[in-house]
Design a protein around this ligand. Structure first.
Ligand code: HEM
Length: 199
């Protein structure tokens, strides 16, 4: 088999593996619900876990470009879209679990809560900004938009990351617990630093 074909096959296998890996947290949480293993407050556990997995997937998505340059692995870029879509998927699970468990699917109550609590407002805005990115993450959309417009639109991911960090910071500020927020903040700073340096 030609080298290119073989490489393509490995990438497709990697994509299938990443897909299964990405579903792992969801399956783990479903297992936890079914076996009552999510602690005293399963709803809170679910909302928070989905939030955490959104952050992880988003930060990994942002790290792809620096990593492919630093490691000299150009093929890493082939996994970026999938990671970004997982970030959107977990953000949507996070939003949905908040709407179901905290708000009883009451749209008016939810709208009131979103404007009343700034950290929710910032989180919701970050999710809203993710929607056009998810909708334009397919080849047909990239062709229709044109590569430059598509790239410009997808730079929104940096604003989304800052808003996600602010949302997390604000939520943890109430508990004076900043350790994880600081780690995410430092990684984001390093990613921004790398980008600025390589512009
Ligand atoms: C990019 C989008 C978002 C990200 C990355 C994100 C991330 C997070 C993280 C990391 C946490 C804390 C988890 C922990 O303490 O372990 C959290 C908590 C929370 N988020 Fe988000 N979030 C996003 C969007 C939203 C949206 C759209 C809503 C609802 C409209 C929302 C509502 C909440 C609530 C209610 C909590 C925690 C409540 C609590 O237990 O006190 N988030 N989020």
């Amino acid at each position: 088999m030609a080298t290119r074909q073989r490489r393509e096959r490995y990438i497709q296998l990697g994509k299938a593996g990443l897909f299964l890996l990405g579903l792992g947290p969801l399956l783990g949480l479903i297992f936890g619900v079914l076996n009552e293993r999510l602690g005293a407050n399963p709803a809170e556990y679910l909302i928070r876990s989905f939030g955490d997995w959104t952050m992880r997937a988003l930060w990994l998505t942002l790290a792809i470009t620096p990593l492919r340059h630093l490691l000299g692995w150009p093929w890493l870029v082939r996994y970026r879209r999938q990671l970004g879509l997982f970030a959107f998927f977990y953000a949507s699970c996070h939003l949905l679990s908040y709407a179901v468990f905290d708000m009883d699917l009451d749209a008016a109550e939810m709208a009131h809560d979103i404007v009343k609590r700034p950290f929710i407002w910032v989180g919701f805005s970050a999710w809203l900004l993710m929607v056009p990115l998810a909708l334009t993450s397919f080849n047909a959309a990239i062709r229709r938009l044109g590569s430059q417009n598509w790239q410009r639109l997808h730079r929104l991911v940096y604003a989304i990351a800052v808003m996600a960090l602010l949302h997390f910071f604000w939520m943890r500020a109430a508990k004076h617990n900043f350790n994880e927020v600081a780690v995410y903040g430092l990684v984001l700073l390093a990613l921004f630093g790398w980008r600025a340096h390589h512009r």
